[in-house]
Design a protein around this ligand. Structure first.
Ligand code: SAM
Length: 547
C-alpha cells in the first residue's frame, strides 16, 4: 500500500523498464525527514477500536460481495486458499485454508479502482488509456485532462472516458481550456463515482484512515483552489470523495503500465490501484507472500515462504531493505499503526544490521550502534563493542545526513562515481549493510549495463551477492526483490563470461539457478525484463510462468 503497496523510487534494473528493485509500495513520502516519536494522535483511530464492527454476518456478506466482484477470478467453491478472519488489533485479514507451498498461486485479484497516482509524472499521457503522444490535446469535453483522440469526449459513449468527463463537467471546472494536473491527481478518487452499488459498497467497507493534520489531500487542494464552480465542499459528493481518498491512502497498491512513446522508447507510467482482496492482507516486516501485476493489471499473489493452514497471509507495506526505525515511522504515519513483529523487535534485524550505525569512537572501528529498544523511536542507542551510548537525536541526525548525502546526491550520479563513493567514502562512516549503503548499491546495480567496464560488472556482481545475502538473513524467501537481483546476477555473470571468454560461466548450475528463480518470481509480471523469457528458453530452465 504504497500503499499496501507504495514506492520510493527505487529504480529499474537493466534490461527491464519496469521491474523495481524493491517490491514494496508507497513509502518515500512518510519516511522522509528525521525520525520522530510517532505521536499518539496518529494512532487514535486504530483498527483495534473497530474490530467489533466486523461481526461474522458482516464479514460473510462482505465476502459474498467480494466473490461476486471477482467473478471469473474467484476460486471455485471449496477451493479458495484464503478466507477472511478478524484479528485483535488488526481488523480483518486473510488466513490460509490449507498448507501452501512456496511459489503456489494463492489468489488473483483485479482492481476495483485504478488511475493516476498523486505525484509528478515525467511525461504527459492520455488520462484514460495512458498512451503517450507528442501532440496530446486537452479533452474537448472541458474536463481539463490530457486525452488522446480515441478517448476524447467527442468520441461519444464508446469512449471509456465519457462517463467521468460528464461527471467532471457537471462540477463546472474553471479555466476549462487549461490542463490541470490537480484534476489528474484526483481522477482515481473521482472514478469512485462510476462504481456500481455493489462495488461502492465494497470500497466503503474498506478501512480508510483520515489524513494527518498536516496533509493536504488531492480533494482538499481542488476545493481550496476553487477548481470547480459546482462542487460544494460540505456536500455529499465531497464527503464521498474524501472517504474514497482515505480508502485509497490506506489500501491502494502501486502498479504500472509500460507504454512506448512515438520514438518507441518505453516509459513506466506509475498508477495506483485498489485491489480489495489484496488489501485485506495485513502487514508484517517479514511477509509470507509476494505479488506481481500481470499485463492486464491483475494482481497475482504467491507464497514467498511455506505457509501453514490457519496462518495469516501477510504482506509488507513498507520497504524490505529499510531499517526498523524508518519502517516504523513510515507505517505509523501512512498506515496508522505501529508494527512490532519479530524483525522490528530484534535490534540487529536478524543479523542484517540494516538500521545500525558505525560506532563514532575512533578507537572502536568494528563497533555497531544499535537502538536498545528498536520499537521506540526515542530509544537510547548503544555500541555492541565499546558500550558507548548515543541519544536518538544524534543517531537520527547521522541517519538524516547520510540519507541526504546519498539520496540527494550520490544516487543521481553515474555508476563509476557511485562505486568510488561506496568504496572510498561511505565505508568510512556507514556499515556495508546499512540501509543507505544498500540503497546506493541497488542504484549502482540498475545503472551498470552490459557495455560497462569489467571492474564495474565485478562490483555489480558483488553488490547482487551481498544484497541477496541480506535477504537470506532476513529469511525473506522468494520475494520480488530476490527475483530482480537473481536476474541481474545472472545477466552480469553471463556478460562477464562473454567478455572474459569464459563460456562456462552462464551455464554453471548455480548461475542457472538464479535464472530459474528470476523466472519463477518475475515471469508472471506484466513488466518483467524484456529478455527474460528468451534467456529462460535458451538455457532450458522453464517455459511458461507459474500458474
Ligand atoms: C490494507 S488494510 C488491511 C486490512 C484491514 N485490516 C481491514 O480490516 O480492512 C491496512 C490497515 O490494517 C491495519 N493493519 C494492517 N497490518 C497491521 C499490523 N501489522 N498491525 C496493526 N494494524 C495493522 C492498519 O489499520 C492498516 O492501516
Amino acid at each position: 500500500m504504497a500503499s499496501v503497496g507504495s514506492d520510493n523510487g527505487n529504480g529499474q534494473p537493466s534490461g527491464s523498464e519496469a521491474v523495481k528493485l524493491d517490491d514494496s509500495d508507497r513509502a518515500a513520502d512518510a519516511a522522509s525527514g528525521s525520525p520522530r516519536e510517532p505521536g499518539s494522535e496518529a494512532l487514535k483511530e486504530t483498527p483495534a477500536a473497530h474490530a467489533t464492527q466486523y461481526t461474522p454476518e458482516r464479514v460473510a456478506t462482505f465476502k459474498d460481495e467480494l466473490l461476486a466482484f471477482l467473478g471469473e477470478l474467484a476460486p471455485s467453491p471449496g477451493e479458495a486458499l484464503w478466507d477472511i478472519g478478524v484479528f485483535e488489533g488488526l481488523g480483518r485479514g486473510l488466513v490460509a485454508t490449507r498448507d501452501i507451498a512456496v511459489d503456489e498461486l494463492i489468489f488473483l485479484d483485479r482492481p476495483i479502482l485504478v488511475g493516476p497516482r498523486v505525484n509528478n509524472y515525467d511525461v504527459i499521457f492520455c488520462a484514460s488509456c495512458c498512451r503517450i503522444l507528442r501532440r496530446l490535446q486537452l479533452c474537448s469535453g472541458g474536463c481539463r485532462l490530457p486525452m488522446c483522440a480515441r478517448c476524447d469526449f467527442s468520441v461519444g459513449d464508446e469512449s471509456p472516458h465519457a462517463a467521468e468527463c460528464r461527471l467532471i463537467q457537471s462540477w463546472q471546472p474553471k479555466d476549462a481550456a487549461r490542463y490541470s494536473k490537480n484534476i489528474l491527481y484526483a481522477l482515481t478518487s473521482i472514478r469512485g463515482f462510476l462504481l456500481s452499488d455493489r462495488d461502492r459498497s465494497l470500497v466503503m467497507q474498506m478501512e480508510g484512515h483520515p489524513p494527518r493534520k498536516e496533509m493536504t489531500t488531492e480533494i482538499e487542494r481542488l476545493l481550496k483552489d476553487g477548481y470547480f464552480q459546482k462542487l460544494d465542499g460540505d456536500g455529499p459528493d465531497v464527503q464521498y470523495l474524501r472517504q474514497v481518498v482515505n480508502v485509497l491512502n490506506t489500501n491502494a497498491f502501486e502498479t504500472s503500465r509500460i507504454v512506448a512513446d512515438e520514438e518507441n522508447n518505453d516509459h513506466e507510467i506509475i498508477l495506483r490501484g485498489l485491489y480489495i482482496l489484496g488489501a485485506l492482507m495485513n502487514h508484517c516486516c517479514r511477509p509470507n507472500v509476494r505479488y506481481v501485476f500481470d499485463s492486464e493489471l491483475r494482481m497475482r499473489v504467491y507464497a514467498s515462504r511455506p505457509i501453514r493452514r490457519g496462518e495469516q497471509l501477510l504482506n509488507n507495506y513498507s520497504k524490505i531493505l529499510w531499517g526498523t526505525q524508518h519502517r516504523i515511522i513510515h507505517l505509523c504515519f501512512s498506515k496508522n499503526f505501529l508494527c512490532s513483529c519479530e524483525r522490528c523487535k530484534d535490534p540487529t534485524e536478524f543479523g542484517t544490521y540494516l538500521g545500525a550505525l558505525k560506532c563514532v569512537r575512533e578507537s572502536c572501528p568494528e563497533g555497531r550502534l544499535l537502538p536498545i529498544n528498536p520499537l521506540k523511536i526515542s530509544s537510547l542507542w548503544r555500541c555492541d563493542r565499546c558500550d558507548l551510548k548515543m541519544d536518538n537525536i544524534k543517531a537520527s541526525k547521522i541517519q538524516e545526513i547520510a540519507g541526504r548525502m546519498i539520496l540527494n546526491n550520490a544516487i543521481k550520479r553515474e555508476s563509476s562515481y557511485i562505486i568510488d563513493y561506496l568504496n572510498d567514502h561511505l565505508v568510512k562512516f556507514l556499515l556495508p549493510t546499512n540501509q543507505f549503503t544498500v540503497e546506493l548499491k541497488l542504484q549502482a546495480i540498475k545503472k551498470i549495463q552490459a557495455d560497462h567496464p569489467v571492474v564495474e560488472l565485478r562490483e555489480k556482481e558483488k553488490y547482487c551477492v551481498e544484497i541477496l545475502d541480506v535477504l537470506e538473513r532476513l529469511q525473506y524467501g522468494k520475494c520480488f526483490v530476490k527475483g530482480v537481483l537473481c536476474y541481474e546476477l545472472f545477466v552480469t555473470r553471463a556478460t562477464l563470461g562473454q567478455v572474459l571468454n569464459e563460456s562456462g560461466i552462464p551455464t554453471e548450475e548455480s548461475n542457472l539457478e538464479h535464472l530459474r528463480t528470476a523466472w519463477q518470481i518475475l515471469g508472471p509480471s506484466g513488466n518483467r525484463p524484456k529478455d527474460l523469457r528468451q534467456m529462460v528458453v535458451k538455457h532450458g530452465v522453464g517455459c511458461e510462468p507459474l500458474e
